[in-house]
Design a protein around this ligand. Sequence first.
Ligand SMILES: [Zn+2]
Ligand SMILES: [Zn+2]
Length: 143
Amino acid sequence: MDYSRLAKVLSSNGCSLTRAREQVFGALVDKEGLTMNELIDELSGKVDRVSVYRNVTLFEKLGILQRISNGFKYKVELSDNFSSHHHHLSCSQCGRVINIKADQLEGAIKQLGKDHGFVISGHQVEIRGSCAQCVHEQDKEVG
Ligand SMILES: [Zn+2]
Ligand SMILES: [Zn+2]
């Protein structure tokens, strides 16, 4: 895996690329959002819990990763600088987060910026609701 961009962001903020940081970053590459517990599980035996939390906090501060909030819970994923831009459908029943592309939305957001003379540096869109699987389960219960 190529850690050069990660190393660059870290070094420009006076931090070095440690083994633990490599591992935390690596666990998030090309993944949908992970909860802290999932991330800790993923890294068990490689990075201890305290280091995972500490580095997630650091990565968030440096814009390397972002939180996806879902009610009072959250997942973490790499920011747009390290993954391709997308949006989320968050299921408020099972906590699943589905990544989606929304080209029409991108155009509309760009236009909104233009209309207000606003220079947009980034955006996040969270769509909340129930995923197909949860809707299906509910239908079964009712039906
Ligand atoms: Zn669901
Ligand atoms: Zn977007």
